[in-house]
Design a binder for this molecule. Structure first.
Ligand code: PAF
Length: 280
C-alpha cells in the first residue's frame, strides 16, 4: 500500500489509475478506523480496480474546538488495517496540504442541511462539503463510499456533488453494529464502562419504534423514543426526528414519505452518539 501525504502526489496517483483505464473506489475517513469503516473499504474493494482511503481529521467541520481536540487519532493502527484490507493507497494529508489557503466557500446546500445535524452543528455540513469536494477534485473517483450512520451527511454530499457537477457514484453502506446493537463509531472509545453499558439502549429503542410506528403517528413514535431513551440512566436525547429519507425533512404523517427514517442524537455523558433506523 502506498502512503501518500502530499496532495499533488495523490492527484497524480489517481490520474495514473484513470489513464490506465482503472476504476477507483474512494473512502474518505477521519481515521480512528473500526469495523464500520472497514465495511466501506470492503465494499470499495469488491467493486473497483483500485481503492484509495483518505485519513484526515477535517478542522472545518468541527464547530466545537474541544470535539476537534479530543477526536481520536490512531494513524499507525489505521494504516495497518488499511494495508491488511488490500487498500492500494492511503492519503494522509496535513491541514496545510488540504488547505494551503483558508477555504471560504459557502455551499448552497439547501433545506437538507438546515435540519437535525445542520441545526445543532452550525457550519458542520459546509465544512464536510468543503473537504469532500476538495478530496473529490483530487481523486476524481469512480465511486465514493459513505456509511449510513451519518445518514444526513449522505444527503448533503449528494447535494454538493450536484452543485459541483462531479460525475461519480455515491455508494451508501449500511450501519455496522456491535453485537449488542450499538452503532460502531470512532467516538465509542470515549465511552466510560457505565456509558458503554447504557448505549445499546439507543438501537434497542429505535428497533422497538419500528413496531410501535405500525399503530402510532410519527409524533407519538417520536415521544415514545425520547421517553424510553431518556429513561435510561446516563442517556439524554438531543433530538429524535422522523424525516423523509431523501429530503431529510420532517414528516408528520407516514403517508408523506415512501422511505421514512428516524434519526437520533444522544449524549452519553459528554459523548455525542448518532444513530438512525429505517421505518420501511
Ligand atoms: O464521515 C466522516 O468521517 C467525515 O465527515 C468525512 C466524510 C470523512 C469528511 O471529513
Amino acid at each position: 500500500m502506498k502512503v501518500i501525504r502530499i496532495a499533488d502526489e495523490f492527484r497524480r496517483w489517481c490520474a495514473d489509475g484513470r489513464d490506465n483505464g482503472k476504476s477507483l473506489g474512494f473512502v474518505p475517513t477521519m481515521g480512528a478506523l473500526h469495523a464500520g469503516h472497514m465495511s466501506l473499504v470492503k465494499a470499495a474493494r469488491d467493486a473497483n480496480d483500485l481503492v484509495a482511503v483518505s485519513v484526515f481529521v477535517n478542522p472545518t467541520q468541527f464547530n466545537n474546538p474541544e470535539d476537534l481536540r479530543t477526536y481520536p487519532r490512531t494513524e499507525e493502527a489505521d494504516l495497518a488495517l488499511l494495508e491488511a484490507a488490500g487498500v492500494d493507497a492511503a492519503f494522509v494529508p496535513s491541514v496545510d496540504q488540504m488547505y494551503p489557503e483558508p477555504d471560504t466557500r459557502v455551499f448552497d446546500l439547501g433545506p437538507v442541511a438546515e435540519v437535525m445535524e445542520g441545526k445543532m452543528r452550525p457550519g458542520h455540513f459546509n465544512g464536510v462539503a468543503q473537504v469532500v469536494s476538495l478530496l473529490f477534485r483530487m481523486a476524481m473517483p469512480t465511486r465514493a463510499y459513505f456509511g449510513e450512520k451519518d445518514f444526513q451527511q449522505i444527503a448533503v454530499i449528494r447535494r454538493m456533488v450536484e452543485l459541483e457537477g462531479f460525475s461519480l457514484e455515491i455508494v451508501p453502506v449500511p450501519i455496522k453494529r456491535e453485537d449488542d446493537g450499538l452503532a460502531m463509531s470512532s467516538r465509542n472509545v470515549r465511552l466510560t464502562p457505565a456509558m458503554r453499558d447504557a448505549a445499546p439502549a439507543i438501537h434497542r429503542v429505535l428497533s422497538q419504534a419500528v413496531d410501535y410506528a405500525r399503530s402510532h403517528t410519527p409524533a407519538e413514535t417520536t415521544a415514545m423514543v425520547e421517553r424510553e431513551i431518556n429513561a435510561v440512566d446516563g442517556l439524554e436525547t438531543e433530538y429524535f426526528q422522523i424525516v423523509d429519507g431523501t429530503t431529510c425533512l420532517p414528516i408528520s404523517d407516514w403517508a408523506e414519505s415512501a422511505a421514512p427514517v428516524g434519526c437520533v442524537t444522544v449524549y452519553a455523558g459528554d459523548v455525542r452518539l448518532i444513530d438512525n433506523i429505517k421505518f420501511i
